[in-house]
Design a protein around this ligand. Structure first.
Ligand code: ZN
Length: 410
């Protein structure tokens, strides 16, 4: 197969070039007037990005599939130019904190994932003995909560558990992801209104928890990643062996927007008084539910989670993030940090994971265009840029995903 004449966008630059793809889905050449046989895709006037890698989604299967399932979630990813994802160890049932649960999730992915998939495992109190087996099984790394997760079966780790977990994870040369909010600085909202919610989860709770996690990572030598960083103060602490991600909802909205977003804008950490800045990794934290859980008069009772994995790239492009940066923050940097070899770039030897897109197209997000199991999103009505012409996963239309393990460092 050959893709002719598109503007090839990578984190390194953009240029018009052909991309040749082997029968088994590898990129064999990128350049001018490349020779190749087979299907020709005419990409003149279009852009070709490395396929997006959404390293933070909750597809909830097996278990809470009425909230989201793998077939719908991965169809949505492909529609938005993502060719790989890494699924969180909750809110599926059982939670992915044992080898047995990992195998159940893996079997579900094998059945239904339309794009390539990796799996995060959980670090919770009392599962230290499972960590080694989970790494052997191919877990990308581990996720822990420093505050209640919102799901009873996935309890938070106190400092002692985190320290012990980090020691093991460092020995296994894996990585720990933390949801960083200090439970001692969280409190019950003062009332049922949306505007009572933000102050109950203050900025200091995020900052303090990130500081604690970083201190433990230094002490143990563990690789550390902070999920969904929502404040500039928190972001200022990142660097060195500590990475972080943010999400479109923290970039686009503030707590003032909750008045019109309503329950669909409830998440933790909450939308802040100030918009977040771009970080080297942008992920969706797609964590949907049924629509009834996102409504009601009492904001305290509303499910905290954002639906959004279909639109990350188109939102960034519409809000002025330049194309090279979009390639970097939604693909290249994520592949590098989490050791996804042969993904996240367009170059010979890489998987032909590609997003062919018409960047002249501007539109708004309509609920009826969303492919989620539950067709709603906080981003409905938002402007987007880029119309997906074709998404290729290892040179093929989305259909059958493959399991991705992290590369082992020699
Ligand atoms: Zn999440």
């Amino acid at each position: 197969m050959i893709i002719r004449g598109g503007t090839v966008v990578t984190a390194r630059g953009a240029r018009v070039a052909d991309i040749a793809i082997s029968d088994d889905g590898w990129i064999t050449a990128v350049g001018k007037n490349v020779d190749a046989e087979g299907e020709v895709i005419n990409a003149h006037g279009l852009h070709v990005f490395p396929g997006g890698i959404d390293s933070h989604v909750h597809f909830n299967e097996p278990g809470r599939t009425e909230w989201e399932d793998i077939a719908h979630g991965t169809a949505a990813l492909a529609a938005g130019g993502c060719t790989s994802f890494i699924d969180m160890p909750l809110n599926n049932l059982p939670v992915t904190t044992s080898v047995e649960a990992f195998d159940l999730k893996l079997a579900a992915m094998e059945r239904s994932a339309r794009v390539d998939y990796g799996l995060w495992a959980g670090l919770v109190p009392d599962n230290l003995k499972e960590l080694k087996g989970l790494v052997k099984r191919g877990a990308m790394g581990f996720k822990a909560f420093m505050c209640p997760s919102g799901i009873d079966e996935f309890p938070a780790c106190d400092e002692a558990t985190l320290r012990e977990g980090m020691e093991r994870i460092a020995e296994l040369d894996s990585i720990l992801l933390v949801h960083a909010e200090d439970p001692d600085l969280l409190r019950e909202p003062d009332g049922p209104r949306a505007r009572d919610f933000g102050p109950s989860r203050p900025i200091e709770a995020e900052v303090r928890a990130i500081q604690v996690a970083i201190a433990l990572a230094k002490e143990t030598g563990c690789r550390l990643h902070i999920v969904h960083v929502s404040t500039r103060q928190g972001a200022a602490l990142l660097g060195g062996n500590v990475s972080g991600e943010t999400c479109p909802h923290y970039l686009l909205y503030t707590d003032q927007d909750l008045a019109h977003l309503g329950g669909s804008g409830k998440c933790a950490p909450p939308l802040r008084t100030e918009r977040m800045k771009l970080l080297p990794m942008v992920v969706s934290d797609h964590s949907p539910s049924t629509i009834d859980l996102k409504g009601g008069d009492d904001f305290r009772k509303i499910w905290g989670g954002i639906s959004g994995c279909q639109s990350t790239r188109q939102l960034l492009l519409a809000h002025g993030v330049d194309a090279l940066m979009v390639a970097a923050v939604t693909a290249t940097n994520i592949a590098n940090r989490f050791r996804l070899s042969n993904k996240g770039d367009i170059a010979p030897g890489f998987d032909a994971d590609l997003w062919i897109v018409d960047l002249n197209h501007e539109d708004v997000i309509r609920s009826e265009d969303l492919l989620y199991r539950n067709q709603f999103s906080v981003h409905a009505g938002q402007k987007i840029r880029g119309k997906t012409v074709r998404t290729l996963v290892r040179g093929r239309d989305p259909g059958k995903g493959q399991f991705i393990r992290p590369a082992v460092r020699s």
